[in-house]
Design a protein around this ligand. Structure first.
Ligand code: SAM
Length: 261
């Protein structure tokens, strides 16, 4: 499979189953664990194994990955680990890009604890996803990832256009983002109470910053549904397989993928 992008029928697929961030940069990783009860780690692991970075035919071929809104490096580090350990591929280069220098600084600091071979495969780029610099060339990337970032973008369509510009034909756009649990009304009620009640409170108690976490919850609420977002991805010129997304934990999060034809 190509970054888990499979043109398999839906039924078969179902069987396998800006300012704010400066103030949360230091507490961000701890807060992620608290707010999601640690589940974001499972989602991220699943996201990355579904993309299977470093799997090439023949093995060991170079891959260029851009992790947009990469913040503190979580996704990028995991992708490299997967490429090295799972696929024995040390030719994967990952650029972590983020609009916020404070988030990038935390990522840079964390990267210093990684093995040297990983460090040499990572670069950092301060950039707005809606208007990537021309140094990220047209048709240059194999994989574009964005994890828990796109709902913060002011102009999601502009960012999708940029993703389409920088990917090679055959390259894959992959997004992990909070989504809607509308399919399960009872669970949705519990989830809404957790997010609107507990998360701002935890933000206040742990990070001393209620407003930022209130904003995070509201940004989840405002983000389009799975189907609406899938259609935006198609509008940007990507092709999607099956229904175009996969729900995680009943839709608390969802993975969307599109391939540039
Ligand atoms: N990808 C990481 C993860 O999964 O843990 C970090 C996600 S963090 C919730 C969202 C990130 O999006 C922040 O680091 C923020 O600075 C970044 N961001 C917000 N708007 C952006 C934009 N227009 N362009 C690039 N990054 C942006």
């Amino acid at each position: 499979t190509h970054f888990g992008f499979e043109t398999v029928p839906e039924s078969e697929k179902q069987q396998r189953v800006a300012g704010v961030f400066s103030s949360v940069a230091e507490s961000y990783d701890k807060m992620n664990d608290l707010m999601s009860l640690g589940i974001h780690r499972l989602w991220k692991d699943y996201f990355i194994s579904s993309l299977n970075p470093g799997a090439t035919n023949p093995p060991g071929q170079p891959q260029r990955v851009l992790d947009v809104a990469g913040g503190t490096g979580d996704i990028a580090f995991r992708m490299l680990e997967h490429a090295h350990i799972h696929n024995g591929n040390t030719n994967v280069q990952v650029t972590i890009s983020d609009i916020n220098p404070d988030m990038l600084a935390v990522g840079r600091q964390r990267s210093l604890e990684l093995p040297a071979t990983y460090q040499s495969a990572i670069s950092f780029l301060e950039a707005n996803a809606e208007d990537l610099p021309s140094s990220v060339e047209n048709n240059s990337l194999d994989l574009y990832t964005v994890s828990f970032g796109i709902r913060n973008f002011t102009n999601i369509r502009a960012a999708l256009k940029e993703a389409h510009r920088v990917l090679k034909p055959g390259g894959v756009f992959a997004c992990l983002e909070f989504s809607k649990v509308d399919k399960y009304p009872l669970f949705n009620t519990v989830y809404k109470q957790w997010s609107f009640g507990a998360i701002p409170l935890i933000g206040q108690l742990v990070a001393g910053d209620r407003d930022s976490y209130q904003y995070l919850v509201e940004s989840i609420e405002r983000f389009p549904s799975q189907e609406e977002f899938r259609d935006m991805i198609k509008d940007a010129g990507f092709v999607v397989a099956g229904k175009g997304y996969e729900d995680l934990t009943g839709g608390v999060a969802a993975i969307h993928k599109g391939m540039k034809p």
